[in-house]
Design a protein around this ligand. Structure first.
Ligand code: NAD
Length: 466
């Protein structure tokens, strides 16, 4: 069993790995510069909501195989591995900001007391193994040597612990087979396929994977918009497409678009890398444009059905960017709420776990204890996150709470027939009416027109096309 320092151990990935590695029997110190996170974790209070995490945290602390500190020297004392799990947020033009990575590498270099394997777990631009090695070399004692390896992470928020224990693959980017063997040994009990590649290909596998998943979502969303106009149902279309094994049904759910701390940031970062390399990432740019438009589409659907939104009361069900997490980074709901506020609407929002995070960014809306409370007096209800609480709503009770009867279902969370029986007008993204009259063809399309016709523009947290 190994001694591991997790740098960024109070963050989403770092904490999930700290508790998981301790549970696998390793001796783990979670290091974070955020004192409040470390104080909470030492007291056994998790800093994020993630199914299964609390149990592992308590078990790890009780076993004494898991501890937390803000002190680099203490974290690195005796460590054989240092995992860098700090954030790599986008800068103003979408490039991954490696400031935190550089600071982590400096901290490791300055405090290491023995030779160390440094594992780049954060999602870092291609070339970062070399970058981290250079920072380490610049700040380390002359008698200590480091091996840096890329080990990108593919966990899904909301299923982080499950995914760590059941990975599809472990990707290791290094030109040192002995280092690959030692890092692979940390995961040995998981029996996952291990792919050892050169460092840059490992780094690119992470970006390309997220970019493809984001592309599938924007693809089906573009198809969904066409379905609305032509009277088809995007969910049925996705089902039929997904029966083809070459396509698979995963990531073909039309809706309000992707959010979270990874897809938007990683697609922008990959596009920025391409642009910096003198290329034109047209597909990636379109993926981001379509994604931003899906937020605007929600507001357009509300306006189409309610008219001027000024003074209208809109209930938002779901703030987290997906169910089973309290993460609101780049959450579609927040973009939609900002657009509604700008249009003069009154917003009543609810979420099972993400309300306090949202309130820090949007303090001036009403936060409600339940969907029924949010819907009270509302002209429309918008489902932005498919929490189970919302897929199992008592729709009669919801309808009775509302002033109006409009449901915009941004996640295909509700059954249309049950909604109609409850007297609700249910509009799901990508579901056209089968009796739609298909317009006679207009003159030949303008091939230079923008890819998506916008009515409303919603400012996403960072929509900057690269
Ligand atoms: P996060 O913001 O939740 O956590 C980062 C942590 O690093 C914070 O607690 C912060 O205080 C700490 N930190 C910053 N600078 C530090 C320093 N110099 N020394 C010690 N600690 C420091 O971020 P996250 O969501 O865990 O993401 C981390 C990385 O993992 C990113 O590159 C991200 O793209 C990647 N990733 C995230 C996910 C995910 O689902 N969140 C999945 C795969 C990959």
């Amino acid at each position: 069993m190994a001694r591991i320092a997790i740098v960024g151990g109070g963050g989403y990935v770092g904490l999930a790995y700290a508790v998981a590695f301790a549970d696998l029997g390793h001796d783990v110190v979670g290091l974070d510069t955020d004192q409040s996170k470390i104080a909470a974790l030492k007291a056994g209070r998790s800093t994020i909501y993630e199914p299964g995490l609390d149990d592992l945290l308590h078990r790890g602390l009780a076993s004494r195989r898991l501890s937390f500190t803000t002190d680099y020297a203490r974290a690195l004392a005796g460590a054989e591995f240092a995992f860098i799990c700090v954030g790599t947020p986008p800068d103003e033009i979408g490039r991954a900001d490696t400031t935190y990575v550089a600071a982590a590498a400096r901290g490791i270099a300055t405090h290491a007391t023995r030779d160390l394997i440094v594992v780049n777990k954060s999602t870092m631009p291609v070339g970062s193994v070399q970058f981290v090695a250079e920072v380490l070399a610049e700040h380390a004692r002359a008698d200590i040597s480091f091996s840096v390896i890329s080990n990108p992470e593919f966990l899904r928020e909301g299923a982080a612990i499950h995914d760590i224990f059941n990975p599809d693959r472990i990707v290791l980017g290094t030109d040192q087979p002995d280092v690959a063997d030692r890092v692979a040994a940390l995961y040995a009990t998981l029996n996952a396929p291990v792919l050892v590649t050169d460092t840059r290909s490992a780094e690119m596998i992470k970006y390309a994977s997220n970019a493809l998943l984001a592309t599938k979502i924007s693809f089906i969303n573009e198809v969904a918009l066409i379905c609305e106009r032509l009277g088809a149902d995007s969910r049925t279309v996705a089902h039929g497409m997904g029966m083809d094994h070459r396509i698979s049904p995963r990531f073909l759910g039309a809706g309000v678009g992707f959010g979270g701390s990874c897809f938007p940031k990683d697609v922008r970062a990959l596009a920025a890398m391409a642009t910096d390399a003198g290329l034109h990432p047209n597909l990636l740019t379109a993926v981001l444009t379509i994604n931003a438009h899906m937020r605007a589409h929600v507001v357009d659907l509300l306006t189409d059905n309610l008219g001027d939104l000024a003074g209208k009361s809109i209930a938002i069900l779901g703030l987290a960017f997906k169910p089973e997490t309290d993460d609101i980074r780049e959450a579609p709901a927040l973009d939609v709420i900002r657009a509604l506020i700008a249009a003069g609407a009154k917003v009543r929002a609810t979420d099972p776990v993400a309300m306090s995070n949202a309130a820090a960014q949007l303090p001036d809306i009403a936060y409600c204890r339940s969907a029924y409370h949010a819907a009270t007096g509302a002209d429309a209800v918008v489902v932005m996150t498919e929490w189970q609480d919302y897929t199992t709503l008592d729709l009669d009770q919801l309808a009775n709470s509302m002033r109006g009867n409009l449901i915009i279902d941004g996640r295909h969370a509700l059954d249309a027939t049950t909604c109609h029986t409850a007297g609700l007008t249910h509009i799901a993204i990508g579901r056209g009416r089968p009796d739609t009259r298909i317009a006679t063809p207009a003159p030949a399309p303008d091939l230079h027109a923008p890819p998506v016709a916008h009515t409303t523009t919603v400012q996403t947290t960072a929509t900057q096309p690269v």
